[in-house]
Design a protein around this ligand. Structure first.
Ligand SMILES: C[S@@+](CC[C@H](N)C(=O)[O-])C[C@H]1O[C@@H](n2cnc3c(N)ncnc32)[C@H](O)[C@@H]1O
Length: 439
């Protein structure tokens, strides 16, 4: 049965009042966390660019607002599209985000740039005019430049997923964006460039479902014009543009297993890791956009192996797990050795991440982890219970595990393409909100 926290929450006035804060934390975890009436216009930045499995902004806001004071530090070590960092900024908290995904960093950095929308409007008209002129009158030059810019493997990838005209339009546009001198505006333009590629069904590629990381080529699809899509998206994103309050934001390329932070330096952590067994394969979709920013396909394949949840276990040094999680891994290995090993890797890596989060969190403070479970080879691997088990083994107290029903579209979860996915699917209607406490 759901319990609502309609009762008024009285915030602790001093940092030392940790008992009170813990009580509030427990109440929040037991409240209704479904957020069915989510208002997307709360902060337009949240919808500037698609991002798979981003959580609703209400989730970090609830914990940030009630468990921290202005200018305290909030961390998301797997920041994704920076939902936590934006909500922290809106509430005048300082924030730190880390991620290893190059597109997450590109999107995140663009969201925190300061610029005047008027200066963007003038510049965009110029960028589009020059790019169109090059596409219309210097097509041969563009064809040559395309071959120079990309290696053979990347060109093959482009030929499979983009029509030739689209490739040339994108090249002409990115070349003009690269010439922009104002770094803030340039990052905003790059975000919008990427946004016309990573979409659910429209966009400029021949793929459907990129936004859900399940690209499949649809021969009948007629991709839209790059210039029209870019201009539409950019002007839409400029609507209702507001500067964020001047809080401190740090977004770094860093592995959550090794955070570039001092011991006991953050006041709250709100994060959601990737799913076990690579159920959402970020790189499968993000490469469509990243190749245009100078990343080659082979380098991206290598980066993909470093994501938490990657199924690659060759040369991986598995860590020790506490009893409950170890039992789950052993159970799965008996049914399916390969999947069992992938789960072992996932829990081993999550153990390192949780240990790191414990290290950087101050005493008397909370850490919130949002996860869904998965069914692998008919076995529910109970990710939430295993992570709670791992959290305890590193010293966290598990205050409560909240449960929320997810709106699949809002959370941007993949729809199933084939039979084997349906097992993962069946578990993805609920997710868990793990409440860890550091005494
Ligand atoms: C579920 S998403 C986070 C979504 C985010 N909460 C949001 O609202 O946009 C998980 C993120 O973890 C990142 N990630 C995967 N492996 C990582 C690692 N080793 N270190 C840091 N981040 C990692 C992925 O790139 C992805 O952005």
């Amino acid at each position: 049965m759901r319990r609502d926290t309609d009762t008024e929450i009285i915030k602790p006035s001093k940092e030392s009042d940790s008992a009170k804060r813990r009580e509030i934390f427990e109440k929040l975890l037991k409240s209704n966390l479904d957020f069915k009436t989510s208002k997307n216009n709360h902060e337009p930045r949240h919808s500037w660019h698609a991002f798979p499995a981003k959580f609703p902004w209400e989730l970090p806001k609830l914990f940030i607002e009630n468990l921290t004071q202005a200018n305290e530090r909030v961390l998301d070590p797997m920041a994704g599209s920076c939902t936590t960092l934006i909500e922290a900024s809106l509430l005048n908290r300082d924030s730190i985000g880390c991620d290893i995904d190059p597109l997450s960093l590109l999107i995140g950095k663009a969201k925190f740039q300061r610029f005047s929308p008027i200066s963007v409007v003038d510049l965009v008209h110029l960028v589009l005019k020059e790019a169109k002129a090059k596409f219309d009158f210097h097509r041969d030059t563009l064809v040559g430049e395309l071959k120079e810019r990309f290696d053979g493997e990347t060109l093959d990838f482009l030929d499979y997923w983009f029509f030739e005209d689209t490739q040339l339009e994108l090249l002409a546009l990115i070349q003009e964006i690269e010439k922009v001198g104002d770094k803030a505006v340039k990052q905003f333009l790059m975000l919008n460039f990427s946004g016309i590629i990573i979409t659910k069904s429209g966009g400029v590629t021949r793929a459907y479902d990129l936004a859900h990381t399940r690209p499949h080529r649809v021969l009948s699809k007629k991709p839209n014009s790059v210039f029209i899509e870019f201009s539409k998206r950019l002007f839409k994103n400029l609507q209702n543009f507001k500067e964020l309050p001047p809080s401190e934001v740090l977004l770094e390329e860093a592995n959550a297993k090794n955070l570039p932070l001092d011991n006991e330096s953050v006041d709250l952590i709100v994060t959601s890791p990737p799913y076990a067994n690579n159920a959402i394969d970020y790189m499968r979709a993000h490469k469509f956009s990243l190749v245009w920013f100078g990343c080659g396909i082979s380098g991206l394949k290598h980066t993909r192996k470093t994501y938490l949840g990657s199924e690659n276990t060759q040369d991986f040094h598995f860590g020790d797990l506490p009893d409950f999680s170890n039992g789950k891994v052993r159970q799965l290995k008996k049914i399916n050795e390969k999947k069992g090993k992938a789960l072992h890797r996932y829990y081993s890596e999550m153990s390192e991440v949780i240990k790191e989060m414990y290290r950087v969190l101050k005493h008397g403070k909370a850490c919130v982890i949002i996860v869904a479970s998965s069914v692998l080879s008919d076995l529910d691997v109970e990710t939430h219970l295993c992570l709670a088990d791992i959290g305890r083994s590193h010293g966290f107290d598990v205050v409560h595990i909240g449960k929320r029903n997810i709106d699949r579209n809002k959370r941007m979860l993949p729809t199933s393409n084939n039979k084997t996915d349906s097992q993962i699917e069946s578990r993805m209607h609920d997710e868990y909100v793990l409440g860890f406490w550091k005494d």
